[in-house]
Design a protein around this ligand. Structure first.
Ligand SMILES: C[S@@+](CC[C@H](N)C(=O)[O-])C[C@H]1O[C@@H](n2cnc3c(N)ncnc32)[C@H](O)[C@@H]1O
Length: 236
């Protein structure tokens, strides 16, 4: 992993927190020892390096009934819970935050999970290297809202990226985006409406009730709920 990071730093870059908590020596050892076994980084970088003559990544359904992806999984709570409950489904977690990768890796090993794969690259490289219509469900739980106007362009959910997500799913209405930012929610709605009125009509957009399966499932969601925030859902 670390040699890939040194050789191809651009794949790991993103507009995010510049200072992340220092990684502990134990986590570092764990990453060195096990990450490559569960990682898609090498295959994705290889795909992009070979000028796209290479075949796109495809996850065989021989072993798993469904292929699910979570982008920006943070500490991995939702990803891991889903993977434990549905052992016959594959869960691919994409996260640039190395401490998050290390936490999930620790749990994978402790619980002996056989249905989780990880990617530490900027998710754009993942989204552009996977075969069209090969993913069953995609989850993006409370992406960074970047509410300051000068930071708006850093938002993950631009219309361009929404198109990339849409291209990957097999059937409609299987992309689930939640946010506690009304501003971000309205921005995503607007981008879809302005660029694709047909898609807009098919989207589900609402405030999650406390009974919803996706309510309170992550650290960032619960932070918002604690201060009486609402959780908005866009499903497309
Ligand atoms: C606000 S946090 C939410 C984390 C978690 N989903 C939760 O709700 O607790 C957003 C996460 O997305 C990750 N992220 C941001 N941009 C990313 C990118 N381009 N590729 C992969 N992960 C990204 C960040 O590192 C961060 O962990």
């Amino acid at each position: 992993m670390f040699s890939l990071k040194n050789d191809f730093p651009e794949y790991y870059r993103f507009h995010g927190r510049k200072i992340t908590k220092k990684i502990s020596p134990t986590s570092l050892n764990l990453l060195k020892k096990y990450y490559d076994k569960f990682s898609l980084d090498k295959e994705i970088i290889r795909y992009h390096q070979q000028n796209r003559f290479n075949q796109k990544l495809f996850f065989s359904k021989k072993k798993f009934n469904k292929i699910n992806v979570e982008i920006g999984f943070g500490d991995g709570e939702f990803l891991l819970n889903e993977a434990v409950v549905n052992p016959s489904e594959l869960y691919i977690g994409v996260e640039v935050y190395l401490n998050g990768i290390s936490k999930v890796l620790q749990a994978i090993i402790k619980l002996g999970l056989k249905n989780v794969l990880l990617c530490n690259l900027n998710c754009i490289y993942f989204l552009t290297s996977v075969k069209s219509k090969s993913i069953d469900k995609i989850y993006i739980i409370n992406p960074d809202p970047w509410n300051k106007k000068r930071h708006n362009k850093r938002r993950l959910l631009s219309y361009e990226n929404i198109k990339l997500l849409n291209n990957l799913i097999k059937t409609k209405s299987c992309i689930y985006i939640t946010t506690d930012s009304k501003i971000y929610f309205e921005d995503i709605k607007k981008q879809i409406y302005v660029n694709d009125a047909e898609l807009y009509k098919e989207c589900e957009m609402r405030i999650l009730s406390t009974y919803d399966k996706l309510y309170g499932v992550s650290k960032y969601q619960r932070k918002a709920i604690e201060i009486k925030g609402k959780i908005y859902l866009i499903s497309l």
